[in-house]
Design a protein around this ligand. Structure first.
Ligand code: SAM
Length: 342
C-alpha cells in the first residue's frame, strides 16, 4: 500500500451530497482520514472471538503473511510500514452512515457509490457474464477474458446463484445485480446505519426481495454459504484498520467459509492491485496448506489439500493511465474460484 489509494468515486459521476451538522463536526477528521492519516490510538480491536485472533496471530508469527505493501507488482521498494486510516474503524463508518441516513431522509440521496457508478456497472455486468459462462460449463481461464458487455443468453440460470455482498454499504451493488438477473441476494455490513440505509433504498427502489443483515465479516454469524460472494471496498477498509495485517488474515479465513465449494469470490479494490490480491490469496492458500500438513491431520482431511482459492479472471476493461512509465488502472476487480472438494 504505497500511500492510501482511496478515491471514493469518479468526481464526474458524483451525486451532490448535502452537508449535515455531523459533517461540520467531523470534516477535518474525515479529510485527514482520506489523506491517509496514521492512527496511533486505543481504538484497538472490536472483536470478541479470541480464537480468531489467536489463529491470525499464529499465522503472522510463522511468517506466511506479507503486508500488501511488500508486493512488488507496481513498486520498486516495499513501504516501511502498512499505513492505516480512520476508514478502517467501525466508528468512522457508523458516523458516515448516520450522515447518509439524514441525507436520505431529508433529500432522498442514495449516498456514496464507492469507485463510482461506472465501476459499479462494470462489476455487475462482468460478474453476470462470469456466472453465466460458469453456469453454461464454460470456465474462464487466463487466455479467455470475460467481457463486461452483455452476453446474449437470458439470465434465468442466474436465479440459482445465491449472492452475498459483504460490507454492502448502501446496498446499491445488490440492486445492480438484481437488474442483471440475480434473485437470491443478501447484503451484510457491520454498521447498523449501513443496513438501515440499504433497506430503505431497496424498499424505495422496489427491490423488496433483497435480504440485509448486520454482520461483521471478520466474526461472521452467518452459517449459510453462498455461491457468489461480492466485496467492493470492504477488504480495503479491513486492511486500513490499525491491526490491518491481522484483520486481513481473519478476513480470508472468514470469507473462505462463506464461499460455497465451487463458488466464486469477486473482489474489487482500489488499495490493492490485481497482482496484490492474487498474492494475498496465494499466501492464504499457503497458510492453509501448511496447517493441513501439521502432524495429526487425518486422511479424510488430506482430500482438502487443494488450495482453497484459485485465480479465475479479472476485469480488463477499466480505463488505464500511465504514470512514471508504468501503466495501471485505478481499480482492480478479481474473481477467485473456491475449491470444490473442501
Ligand atoms: C468502502 S465502503 C464500500 C461500501 C460498498 N461495498 C460499496 O461499494 O459502496 C466499505 C464498507 O465495508 C464495511 N465494513 C468494513 N469492515 C467491515 C467488517 N469487518 N464487516 C462488515 N462490514 C465492514 C463498512 O461499513 C463500509 O460499508
Amino acid at each position: 500500500m504505497a500511500g492510501i489509494r482511496w478515491p471514493p468515486k469518479d468526481p464526474e459521476l458524483s451525486q451532490t451530497r448535502v452537508p449535515t451538522i455531523a459533517d461540520l463536526i467531523s470534516d477535518d477528521d474525515r479529510s485527514v482520514a482520506a489523506d491517509s492519516w496514521s492512527i496511533k490510538s486505543d481504538y484497538g480491536s472490536t472483536l470478541d472471538d479470541e480464537q480468531r485472533h489467536v489463529d491470525a496471530s499464529d499465522a503472522l508469527s510463522i511468517g506466511t503473511f506479507r503486508a500488501a505493501s511488500d508486493y512488488g507488482s507496481d513498486k520498486e521498494e516495499p513501504d516501511a510500514e502498512v499505513e492505516t486510516s480512520m476508514l478502517g474503524l467501525q466508528s468512522y463508518w457508523d458516523a458516515t452512515y448516520a450522515d447518509e441516513l439524514v441525507n436520505f431522509r431529508e433529500h432522498g440521496l442514495s449516498g456514496e457509490v464507492w469507485f463510482g457508478d461506472g465501476v459499479m456497472d462494470i462489476v455487475a455486468s462482468w460478474t453476470k457474464n462470469l456466472c453465466s459462462h460458469i453456469s453454461q460449463g464454460r470456465m474462464p481461464n487466463l487466455d479467455n477474458d470475460v467481457k463486461s458487455e452483455s452476453v446474449q443468453q437470458g439470465g434465468k440460470e442466474l436465479s440459482g446463484w445465491s449472492v452475498l455482498d459483504i460490507g454492502t454499504g448502501n446496498g446499491l451493488l445488490l440492486q445492480e445485480l438484481a437488474k442483471q438477473g440475480f434473485s437470491d441476494l443478501t447484503g451484510s455490513d457491520y454498521s447498523e446505519g449501513a443496513i438501515d440505509l440499504s433497506r430503505n433504498l431497496a424498499d424505495r427502489d422496489g427491490f423488496t426481495n433483497i435480504n440485509f443483515l448486520v454482520d461483521d465479516v471478520l466474526e461472521t454469524k452467518l452459517e449459510r454459504q453462498f455461491q457468489l460472494v461480492m466485496d467492493k471496498g470492504t477488504f480495503d477498509a479491513v486492511g486500513l484498520h490499525p491491526d490491518g495485517p491481522m484483520k486481513r488474515i481473519m478476513y480470508w479465513d472468514s470469507v473462505s467459509r462463506l464461499v460455497a465449494p465451487g463458488g466464486i469470490l469477486v473482489i474489487t479494490s482500489c488499495n490493492n492491485t490485481k497482482d496484490e490480491l492474487v498474492q494475498e490469496v496465494d499466501d492464504f492458500n499457503q497458510r492453509k496448506l501448511s496447517a493441513s500438513q501439521e502432524p495429526g491431520i487425518c486422511k479424510v482431511q488430506e482430500a482438502s489439500r487443494d488450495p482453497p482459492f484459485q485465480y479465475l479472471s479479472h476485469v480488463q476493461s477499466y480505463p488505464t493511465f500511465i504514470f512514471g512509465g508504468s501503466e495501471g488502472s485505478r481499480v482492480a476487480t478479481v474473481a477467485f474460484l473456491r475449491s470444490s472438494n473442501q
